[in-house]
Structure formats: C-alpha cells, structure tokens
Design a protein around this ligand. Structure first.
Ligand code: NI
Length: 554
C-alpha cells in the first residue's frame, strides 16, 4: 500500500489536501480529503448590526461573494419576516444567474479542462482539420476559421519558444490518460483563451445591478439599492447584450465542448469513474411564471424513482473528525495536524483531519451542485430543463446515470448553464412587465428599532456550486450567532464517527492511478466537483465563549 499526498490541490479556490492510499495495482483503497484553511468569518459577524451581515458575510469568499451576500441578507429578512417587493427579488435573481454563468464557464475552462486537454498535443494540430472537427459538435462552431486556429497555434508556439508554457505550465502533459486528438485539444485551448474574455464581460452583468463585482453592494435588508439601474432602459439593454453574447459562447463553444469531452472520454463515463455514493440534494428555487428554475428534492443511492421532498429539519452538522473539540457545542478548535517537529501528519486512521465540518441530511452524506439539481429537476418533470438534458444525452449517446461521474458532472454543469441563459431573458421580461404596470417598488419600509429584538432566521439557496444555507440568531438587535453551510462543506465533508466517506472521498475510492508520481486521475475527480474551500470552513460558537486566541510573533 502506498500513500499519495497532494497538497495543495491547485486550480481551485482555497486550500485542499487529498491523501489517497493506493494498493500495489494502483487502485485507490481509501481517501482522506482535508480543508486546510481556517476562516472564522462568523466570529467577525458576532455582535454586529444584522443590517451589516451581508457585506461582511460576502467576504467569506472572493469567488462566491454575491451568493453569501444575498444569503446573509435573506437570513436576516427571514428573521424579521420581511416580505420583499417582486422587483427586488428579480434583480437579486438576475445577479445570481449571471454569477452562475460566470462560475460554470470559468470552472470548466480555467479550473478543470486541462485535466482532459493536453496542451503539448495541441501544438501538432492541423488548423483545417480542427475547423472540420468542431463541426461535429455544433453547426456553427464558435470562432472556427482556419486563420483563428493558426493564430492560437502561433500563440502557443511563442509560449514554448520562450521556454515556458505560461498559464499552462506544471501540467502532466503527455500523460497516457489524455485522450483527445491534437485537433480536439486545439479546439479546447482556443475556447480556454476566449473564455478569459468571456469572464470579464459576464462580470459586468453582475456589476450592472450589484454596483461592482466581486463583492457587490446593492443588496440591503428589505430590498435593493440599484433602483436607478433598474429603471434605466439602457442599463437593462446593457445587461441583455452581455447575456446574449454569453449565450452565443455557451451554445456554440461550452455545450459543444462538454459533448466533445463526454464522447472522447466515454470509457471513463461508462466505467463510472468519479461516481460518489449517489445521494443528491437540492433546495430548489428561482421562481418564474409559477414554476421554479430548480426543483427541490433528495435522491438516495441513485434511486431516481423515489425522490423525497427536501426537509431542512433533517440537516445536522458533526465534528467527530474535524478539528473542533468533541464535547463542544462551543466548537472550540482542536488542531491536531502537526507532529512534534512541526511537520504535517499524514496518517489519518481515526484522527481528526479537516477544518471542514460534516453536514449530514437524515444522517447521510450528500452530494450537492449542478449534477444534483439537474437530476432532481429532470426527474421531477421540470419541463424547462427537459429538452436540454434530452438533447445532451442524445448527442452523446449517454443515459442519465452516466452524468453521475467526473466527466458527467461537467455535462450537467454545461446543461445547467445553457438552461439558465434561456431563463434569464424570461426573467428580464418579467421585470419589464412589472415596471410597465407601475410597480417600481424595490424596498420594503421598516422601522428597525420597532422590530423584534430577539429572533432567528435562515436562508437556503441553490448557488453555482450547490446548496448554501445561512443561519442567524439575533439578540438585543445584534448578531449573536451566525452559521454557514456552503456547498463545498457538503461535498468535501470529512468522515464522521461512522466512518462513512464524504462525496469527494467516495468518488476517489476504486480509482486506478496509472502513474503515482503524476496523479492526474485524482485531480480529475476532485476538480469535477468545483471545490471552493474558502467557502467551506466555518464554525459557530453557540455558547458565546472565546474560540481561540492567536499571538503573532514579531
Ligand atoms: Ni466560494
């Protein structure tokens, strides 16, 4: 048995360590996935004015800023039972949808695609054949001229001539697990570069109503402040223009590329590589014409026929294997990862091994994210998503269960992105309709001093990486406690007293690693979940005690 430690896993947000125990034939027998970053934003939130919760909680992460911003404000609104005007909900949804699109595209190309795409092979591509290849996945592929591909080849060639691959350095290039032809690799690299521009543009869409991004600032308890933007047709047009451009890229590059991968890596999909335990959860949401963009539901063990309704009372959080003291409702920290000489421990056995806590639904480990949403919504007959899923499965000759794999997760994410793009336009028309009928309310008036001073609230949202929940306790009009369970907390959960593996860990077990000095297979599995570790580690102090004290030596 050999142990491989990858620390840190790169091309993700935050600090993740993976340890896998591999047998003599190269198969992973056990896995430990560990969040290596302690955050404690909730400590900062204590004793603050609840109206400031959003701006502070938004700092939990530099990527998922808007998700935490909105969820924190919504949890406070829930505590005070404030009912928002329609316009405020729509504007918040428009910001959220733009973030979904940005997050998914960035994840696919910049954080994950190089696990499947070999840059060095792309250098051998023929520009004309590349153009022909792209037509297999779309009638009108994105930027598909010979001269464009020649230019991309020249750019890559210049990197190589300069003796380094720039953003593409440090890959496991030439690994035998890379399956794409030189031409397919070149298509993907071309879109990788285009997606860098895409990323800038789509961020502007969040900023139109958010004031700026990351860390938008227009959501306040009771509504939104971007009133002038909402009422200015030019601003709405700017937003729509960006989304139209985004849709073009998604339809002609992202979705076709997700299909290309699914076809090229069919063997991996059919072998179930990267499949977790088949438990999925979604809280649903984003109302539209009396329907919801995503359905809520819970699937156990890939049983698509019996989908339970989501019930928030079934959520618990455990800390047996996380660095918090066991007795502790107080959740005092208890870091045990260092040997006496200061080196990091790697033997995990029954130790505590992560800053991430272990959320469970009805005692079970859950997977959350685009795959969960797509499976649950599709199987609950959400007519909006049906055609997107059917088309993807038909074009790739796959079945629904095949999406529950590493490559399949990317398919689900691409399907979701295409689906959201379609939906955004309808959401904008709903906003315009509303304004037309003289409903221009954006904020519900309330007198903070007259509100109940001791209340509790919570908010559940589906955000790009999965289910996000914020919980707030307010005492004497100040935040007494704040608690967050982020999507990556669910997916990257450590084991619990029962030893049941988290979704990441379960997906790694059984994996065959061809070359233990280049564990590309591990990266593929972990990246497919789109980890965000900055979001994942959070703690509460329900008893009001001091959690830890740090002394910095000068
Ligand atoms: Ni995040």
């Amino acid at each position: 048995m050999k142990k491989i430690v990858i620390d840190p896993i790169t091309r993700i947000e935050g600090h993740l360590r993976a340890e896998v125990e591999v047998d003599d034939d190269g198969f992973v027998q056990e896995a430990y996935v560990s969040g290596q970053l302690f955050r404690g934003i909730e400590i900062i939130l204590k004793n603050r004015d609840p109206r400031d919760a959003g701006l502070l909680a938004g700092r939990i992460c530099g990527v998922c800023t808007n998700s935490h911003f909105r969820a924190a404000v919504s949890s406070v609104e829930d505590a005070y039972a404030l009912k928002l005007p329609k316009n405020a909900e729509i504007i918040r949804d428009l910001m959220a949808m733009a973030l979904f699109i940005q997050d998914h595209v960035v994840h696919f190309y910049h954080l994950h695609s190089l696990d499947f795409v070999d840059i060095t092979s792309a250098l051998n591509a023929d520009a004309k054949l590349t153009s022909k290849e792209a037509h297999k996945y779309h009638k009108k592929p994105f930027r598909n001229s010979h001269s464009h591909y020649e230019a991309v080849l020249e750019k890559l060639g210049n990197f190589v001539k300069a003796g380094k691959l720039g953003p593409f350095s440090n890959g496991y290039w030439g690994h035998s697990d890379y399956k794409l032809t030189p031409e397919q690799n070149l298509i993907m690299i071309s879109h990788y570069l285009e997606a860098l521009k895409f990323q800038t543009n789509i961020s502007k869409a969040v900023a139109i109503f958010g004031g700026k991004t990351p860390h938008p600032q227009s959501i306040v308890v009771g509504g939104i402040t971007s009133v002038a933007d909402m009422l200015n047709p030019q601003r709405l047009n700017d937003y729509l223009f960006i989304i139209k451009e985004a849709k073009d890229f998604i339809d002609r590059a992202y979705l076709p590329d997700a299909k290309l991968l699914a076809i090229a890596y069919r063997d991996e999909i059919k072998a179930g590589i990267g499949r977790a335990n088949g438990n999925f959860m979604s809280v649903g949401g984003y109302e539209f014409d009396d329907r919801k963009l995503f359905c809520d539901g819970v699937i156990y063990n890939h049983d698509f026929k019996n989908i339970e309704d989501f019930d928030e009372s079934k959520i618990t959080e455990e800390i047996d294997r996380a660095w918090y003291k066991d007795e502790a409702i107080d959740n005092e920290v208890c870091y045990t990862d260092l040997n006496e000489d200061g080196s990091l421990k790697t033997a995990k056995n029954d130790d505590k091994y992560s800053w991430i806590k272990a959320p469970r639904y009805d005692g079970k480990v859950m997977e959350t994210g685009p795959l969960a949403r797509v499976l649950i919504s599709y199987k609950k007959d959400n007519t909006l998503i049906k055609s997107f899923v059917d088309e993807f499965l038909k074009d790739t000759d796959l079945e629904l269960i095949d999406l529950s794999t590493s490559v399949g997760r990317n398919g689900a994410r691409a399907i979701e992105t295409g689906y959201i793009c379609e939906y955004i336009f309808k959401l904008v028309s709903r906003l315009i309709q509303n304004i037309k009928y003289y409903d221009t309310d954006t904020w519900v008036k309330f007198d903070f001093d007259k509100l109940n001073k001791n209340v509790k609230g919570r908010a559940f949202f589906e955000v790009p990486r999965g289910t996000l929940s914020h919980f707030v306790n307010i005492k004497d009009a100040k935040i007494e406690n704040f608690s967050v369970i982020a999507p990556t907390t669910w997916n990257a959960t450590p084991k619990n007293f029962d030893g049941v593996r988290g979704a990441y860990e379960e997906a790694l077990v059984g994996l065959k690693i061809k070359d233990t000095s280049k564990p590309l297979e591990v990266l593929r599995v972990l990246h497919s979940f789109d980890p965000c570790l900055a979001c994942a580690v959070h703690m509460i102090d329900a008893g009001g005690k001091e959690l830890s004290r740090c002394k910095i030596k000068v």
